[in-house]
Structures are given as C-alpha cells and as structure tokens.
Design a protein around this ligand. Structure first.
Ligand code: PMP
Length: 349
C-alpha cells in the first residue's frame, strides 16, 4: 500500500482523491472553550471512539475548493470565502456550531502554505482542498454532538474525468431521487452522497460517466448532475442564451455555477435561471435549439455533456462534441483561476 506521505504519488499520478499532501489542519470545538487547539500536523490516522456521534447519525459536513498555480509561481485558492459561507449554511442545517469564516480560511491557508510545494506546475494539476467537520461526542443519544472536529486536508488533482476534456454521457435517474423539498439537497453534508452511489453505479453500468438527478415530486425537472451543476445553451454564436436550473432548495448552489453565470454575462451571453424538464431537453436537442449542455463544479471545472440515456429515449446534445460556448466559458474560467487574466472580481485568495 502506498503511504499517504509518499510525495511521488502526489506529484506523478494524481487521480481524484488519493494523492494526499503531507499535512492536516485540525481545530476543535467544545461548548466551554469554543473553537480551540487549531494547528497543523503531519497527515496521519485519526483515533476515534467507536461511538463517535457523527459516524452514527451523519452529523458530517464538508467542502471542496481548489488552489491553482499562478503565472508568477505563487498559489491562489479560488473563492474560499464563498465555500466558508456554504460550510456554515451546511452546519446550520445539521445543528452544528458556526465556524467563523476567518477560521475556516485560516485552516485552508495553513495547509496551502505548508504543502503548495507538492503541486507541480503542470497546468492540468491543482491542489484540491477538503475541509470536513463532524460531531465527535462519544455518545449514542440521538441528539446533536456537543463537541466537533474541523479538519482540512488536500490532495493533488488532475482532471476529474482524466486530463483530456471529453464529453461525458449521462443517465437520467428516474427511480432514485437525490433530494426532496425541505431536505438537505442545498447543503453539502455527507449524507447526500452515500445514497447517490447506487444510481451512479447504474449510470456506469449503462456506459455513462454520470447520473442526472430530477426533482423528487414529479420526476420531470432537471436538478443537477452527480456532484456538478448543469448549464444549457440555446442558440449559437454571441447571441446564445446560457441557462441553468434555478436554486429550488433541492440542489447545491455551486460556486462554479455562480462564477460561470457572471463570466458568461460579462462575455455578452444572455444568462438565465429557469426550470428545464427532460422532455424539453430532449425536444430542444432534437430540434437543434439546445445546442450545448455542460456540467460544472470544482472537481469537473466545465465538462461537456455529449449523450443522454433515459428510459423515455436517448438523445445526443449537438454533435456530441464540446461546443464553442462551452469551450469559451471553460477557457475563461480556467484563465481566471490560474491568474492568466485580471482578477477583477477579487476571486483569488
Ligand atoms: N452539486 C453537488 C451535489 C456537488 O457536490 C457539487 C460540488 N461541491 C456541485 C454541485 C458543484 O459545486 P461547486 O461548484 O461549488 O464545486
């Protein structure tokens, strides 16, 4: 087994989620002391009581951000304050204490400062940062934990779907739903992800890379895709409309989604948030009106969707290849993240 501290793993072969860097930041919470004992240590196993409350009752939240090598050789994290805010929204939903945003960012900064040297200057690589927080009480009463552990770890990431950007195929999940109104679909808690694995596995068995989630009531409205938000392009050229599904409370408000809406508007596209059903998606593609579809997220950046499999009929988006609007937006975002263009929004930290 490769040691987590084997740097050659980190530098040579980043998959997604195993090329860990050398350090772990941790910070504890207790009602008496508040947040305390923050510090960096070598990445190592944790010692946990078997009754650790978070493990049993799912009081676990996490985040995902990336740091990118900049043109001048420095490393910058993309929009960490947005993730800090989302982290606290997730925590509030799970009855967890608030983590002041500056403490969240301090933890992220500590790991980046210690481990940025493990990120090569390969332009396809980045440092994926994973903050995590869970209830640590050794107690099985069905109630919120009183004590918590906040951790930040990192791994070197290549492309989520491999280093070359190729369109993905997706399977529409008709029977299993990801989230319901009043549930936790709009926050980033661990409990949203385990239950998605069966549908994800089915997608893979059907020859697809990802699953598309629909609303849980009508099983008609497109919500999001795996761990990514979805965008649709109507029309061609500079007058094209770029739209994404609205934040109904049952999908995650992606930081990449928000960034792309702003970038697209700045590039002159018409940008909208509106519901789209699978039927409208299929009919739009068949009529040539919906010309491109892409998924976006921290891990996947911008990834074109080429083919859609669905029990009510498969279809292809455009010619099944990456379209010009997707390519333009992908390049614009990557240029921003890597400091190749002016950071007019102050998104780089
Ligand atoms: N939806 C889900 C369910 C996710 O897990 C993620 C990844 N955090 C996203 C969308 C994309 O969010 P972001 O752009 O903030 O990475």
């Amino acid at each position: 087994m490769t040691s987590v501290l084997d740097k050659t793993t980190a530098v040579k072969a980043p998959g997604h989620g195993d090329a860990f860097t050398s350090h772990l930041y941790s910070l504890r919470y207790s009602p008496d002391l508040g947040w305390h004992d923050g510090g960096l240590q070598p990445l190592a196993d944790l010692s946990l009581h078997p009754a650790t409350l978070g493990l049993h009752y799912g009081q676990v939240i996490f985040e995902g951000m990336k740091a990118f090598r900049q043109q001048d050789g420095s490393v910058a994290v993309f929009r960490p304050w947005e993730n800090a805010r989302r982290f606290n929204r997730s925590g509030a939903r799970l009855a967890m204490p608030e983590l002041p945003e500056h403490l969240y960012v301090e933890g992220v900064d500590a790991v980046v400062a210690a481990d940025h040297g493990e990120l090569s200057d390969d332009p396809d690589h980045s440092l994926y940062l994973r903050p995590l927080m869970f209830g640590t009480d050794a107690n099985l009463m069905l109630r919120p934990s009183e004590e918590y552990l906040f951790l930040v770890m990192a791994f070197v990431a290549g492309g989520f779907f491999g280093d070359v950007v190729r369109p993905v195929s997706v399977l529409v999940s008709r029977d299993q739903a990801r989230a319901m109104p009043g549930g936790t679909g709009d926050v980033k808690c661990a409990a949203n992800y385990g239950p998605s694995f069966v549908a994800q596995r089915r997608a893979q068995q059907a020859g697809c890379q990802q699953v598309v989630w629909l609303d849980s009531a009508e099983r008609r409205w497109v919500e999001e895709m795996g761990g990514m938000n979805l965008f649709f392009v109507r029309g061609n050229g500079p007058g094209a409309e770029v739209f994404t599904t609205p934040l109904t409370g049952t999908l995650l408000p992606g930081v990449t989604r928000d960034s792309l809406m702003r970038v697209a508007a700045r590039l002159g596209y018409r940008v909208a948030e509106r519901p789209v059903s699978v039927d409208e998606w299929r009919a739009g593609c068949e009529a040539g009106e919906i010309t491109e579809v892409f998924a976006c997220g921290t891990a996947a950046v911008v990834t074109p969707v080429g083919h859609v499999k669905d029990v009510e009929g498969d279809f292809t988006v455009g010619d099944g290849e990456m379209g010009p609007v997707t390519r333009t937006l992908r390049e614009a975002l990557v240029d921003l993240q890597r400091g190749r263009v002016a950071d007019v929004d102050g998104w780089l930290h």
